[in-house]
Design a binder for this molecule. Structure first.
Ligand code: GDG
Length: 499
């Protein structure tokens, strides 16, 4: 019970690597994810702790160290690893989180599979996270819980530790009441979230949706509604809002709602972008491309990311524009994060089928229209591809934020390249100078990509420069400051003042 900041996130904050028969804890290979960002918060607090789960090789093994001390560039912090059995992982993560919650959060009722959900196991795992967080938190500490698979943690934690400040951040969209209330456990989930001091979302729409869901089932009062910042309200994309609820009341408590978009580490991306290694990689990519234009798409393999809709649009482009054949190439990077899940295997299969069909139909001996990459690309290479791409084509059907489009802008220090972005990515609300596209409309998808390929130099540069400024201003540090302010809103602890 000594940490002033406890981060509760399902993933561990490092990779376990076996060196000479001994386990060492190394920095995660992908430096661009959310994990380093979260760890950087430890520098603001006297002492930090992280709670995650790990595969239990043998949960009864007395040698298993549940709590370990890490000392890395972010300082010293402890990590509690909750050993989950294979059955718990399948039930809590694959079934409840990925097959039931994920489709509903992203608006895919038809993919929602709730019959196999074993709710007692979901509760049990969330309880274990709450207990571990309670054991680590100092008096009045901030406990920061991440994402929907830990929805029940705030409620349990409030019972165990009424003194702590609880903040919860949703990385996904939060759907409207009509969609959210499909979940039979809706009331229990909402009651847990209402035990927080702060509930965070990427954009105002998700915060407003949360309020509508909460009000549909519980006596929740709107205490404060604010006008959305001019920069955001000037946009009228599918996810725009003009005002946002920032405070609600429930059972005598005040809950602050925060809409704050996660940004990317622009300094780090620029450092990678300007390195000699990246320049070398970029030169090789350009040499290989020759006069051809590169359209780049990057995302996890997931039906929400709109990969199928994108390849279908690319096929229509090839059909409608014979003049482009042989002159462009689509590189579609789609790596699976969740192995052995039918939904993702199906998408992978469909992507391969479509890419093969397009290549078979339009490819020639020396030109392949689509390069489908199903393995993760090292981040340094990804940055070189960002720099080489004439167009980044990001077309999710639903996406909490989407960091890839921000990384693309950050990497384009030459102010060149066009971002074509789905209106249904949270990022579209901020990135008003992207070419917005609607992945549910063939016409919009087809026009969007053709327009991007034909943009004159001045407009291309103007749009990218403006997008880059937004990405730079709202970078990951900006988000971090916003989070700190939200923690401080209800807090006067010394650790915060020292932060
Ligand atoms: C969730 C929400 C929200 C992808 N392929 C490779 C690779 N990546 C990296 C990207 C980027 C990250 O993965 C993906 O971030 P996204 O934001 O696009 O998507 P999710 O994983 O779905 O994340 C999302 C996010 O949380 C943060 O709140 O934006 O809406 O769904 O950083 O670069 N990295 C490497 N090789 C790859 O092949 N190295």
């Amino acid at each position: 019970m000594s940490s002033n900041l406890v981060i509760v996130y399902h993933r561990q904050p490092y990779e376990e690597v076996e060196v000479d028969g001994k386990i060492e804890y190394h920095e995660n290979k992908s430096p661009n994810g959310i994990v380093p960002t979260l760890k950087s918060f430890f520098g603001r607090f006297d002492k930090g702790a992280w709670v995650a789960w790990k595969h239990a090789e043998d949960p009864s093994n007395p040698d298993f160290e549940r709590v370990i001390e890490i000392d890395d560039q972010y300082g010293k912090y402890t990590v509690t690893r909750l050993p989950l059995t294979p059955e718990q992982v399948t039930s809590f993560y694959h079934i409840s989180s990925k097959e039931a919650f994920w489709p509903i959060l992203h608006g895919f009722k038809e993919r929602y599979n709730y019959d196999p959900v074993d709710w007692p196991t979901f509760r049990e795992v969330n309880w274990a996270f709450a207990e571990a967080a309670a054991a680590e938190a100092a008096e009045g500490a901030v406990v920061w819980v991440h994402d929907y698979n830990l929805w029940l943690v705030p409620g349990y934690l409030r019972t165990l530790r009424p003194d702590v400040k609880i903040s919860f951040f949703h990385h996904t969209p939060f759907p409207s009441a009509d969609m959210f209330n499909v979940l039979p456990w809706r009331k229990e989930i909402l009651e847990s979230l209402l035990a927080c001091d702060v509930v965070g979302f990427h954009i105002p729409r998700y915060a407003n949706n949360f309020v509508s869901a909460a009000r549909s089932l519980l006596e929740v009062e709107t205490l404060k509604r604010e006008k959305v910042h001019d920069e955001l309200s000037a946009q009228t994309t599918a996810l725009s809002e003009q005002s946002v609820v920032t405070e609600i009341g429930y059972e005598g408590r005040v809950i602050r709602l925060q809409a704050s978009a996660v940004g990317v580490d622009v300094d780090y991306i620029e450092k990678v972008a300007t390195s000699a290694e990246t320049a070398e990689r970029l030169a090789r990519i350009k040499e290989e491309l020759g006069e051809r234009k590169l359209i780049l798409s990057v995302g996890r393999t997931d039906y929400t990311k709109g990969g199928i809709e994108q390849l279908q649009s690319f096929e229509r482009l090839m059909e409608a524009r014979p003049d482009l054949r042989g002159k462009i190439r689509l590189m579609h990077v789609s790596a699976a994060a969740n192995a052995n899940m039918t939904a993702y295997e199906e998408i992978q299969h469909d992507l391969e089928h479509l890419a093969g069909m397009i290549n078979g139909r339009y490819g020639t001996f020396d030109w392949q229209p689509v390069s489908l990459i199903s393995r993760p690309v090292p981040f340094r290479d990804l940055v070189a591809y960002y720099q080489a791409a004439d167009v980044a084509w990001i077309t999710p059907l639903a996406d909490g934020m989407n960091l890839v489009c921000k990384e693309y802008c950050a990497a384009r220090m030459d102010n060149d390249g066009v971002l074509v972005l789905s209106e249904f990515a949270g990022a579209a609300v901020e990135l008003g100078f992207a070419v917005h596209t609607n992945p549910f409309s063939h016409k919009s998808m087809d026009q969007g990509i053709q327009y991007a390929l034909s943009l004159p130099d001045t407009e291309r540069h103007g749009r990218m420069k403006a997008n880059r400024e937004i990405v730079r201003r709202h970078d990951v540090r900006f988000w971090a400051e916003d989070q700190m302010k939200a923690f401080g809103h209800d807090m006067t602890s010394d650790s915060w003042a020292a932060g």
